[in-house]
Design a protein around this ligand. Structure first.
Ligand SMILES: [Zn+2]
Length: 200
């Protein structure tokens, strides 16, 4: 007979997903089990298919079909191999692609240096990054990392490791959000926007 054990296990699994807290995981679990709309079965089927047919790209780390690995972004002849954009998460690649302003290659670290969550150098795809930079004759590494303390530490670490590789290392400019006002910006954003000011 079903007991609280199964429910706890389901909630614990859901709560491991990024951006899902314990409370949200409980609500998802209740909805999946209580509502007999077929959503649970659909989810199981979609997960089963995705895990069988999708994989992480061996080169950049983004999600691709298991039959097309390296992915289309890595093999497309029209993309500039001299530019390598480093992101923390494959989802960041999708966001940058949507912006339409970048035509180089990508490299996902799969995280950032984080002593609090004991994610260290060995957990990131840093060695693969160093190998790519020399093998693919990369001229500029663009760090498209987030703006927290751990991302800053990761950026400094990568810059130091690449110092002897003869490659230019840049980081995305931090600016004011479009459509927002100066008075609504937090002091750190304003300070970084001031440092990264450009010709109008
Ligand atoms: Zn790829």
């Amino acid at each position: 007979m079903a007991g609280p054990g199964q429910m706890d296990r389901l909630i614990a699994c859901l709560a491991k997903l990024p951006g899902v807290g314990r409370r949200s995981a409980e609500r998802m679990a209740v909805r999946l089990i209580r509502e007999r709309t077929g959503l649970a079965r659909e989810l199981v089927s979609a997960l089963d298919e995705a895990t069988r047919e999708l994989a992480g790209c061996v080169q950049c780390g983004s999600i691709t079909s298991a039959s097309e690995n390296p992915c289309a972004l890595c093999t497309h002849p029209g993309r500039d191999s001299r530019l390598l954009c480093v992101v923390e998460d494959p989802a960041d690649i999708l966001a940058i692609e949507k912006s339409g302003g970048y035509q180089g290659r990508y490299h996902a670290l799969m995280g950032k240096l984080s002593p609090m969550r004991s994610q260290g150098i060995q957990d990131l795809r840093l060695q693969a990054l160093l190998e790519r930079v020399s093998r693919d004759r990369v001229e500029e590494v663009i760090l498209a990392l987030n703006t927290d303390v751990e991302s800053d530490a990761t950026a400094v670490f990568i810059r130091e490791r690449l110092a002897d590789c003869g490659v230019r290392v840049t980081r995305l400019a931090f600016g004011l959000p479009v459509g927002s006002g100066i008075m609504y910006s937090d002091p750190v954003t304003l300070s970084r926007a001031m440092k990264g000011r450009q010709m109008p």
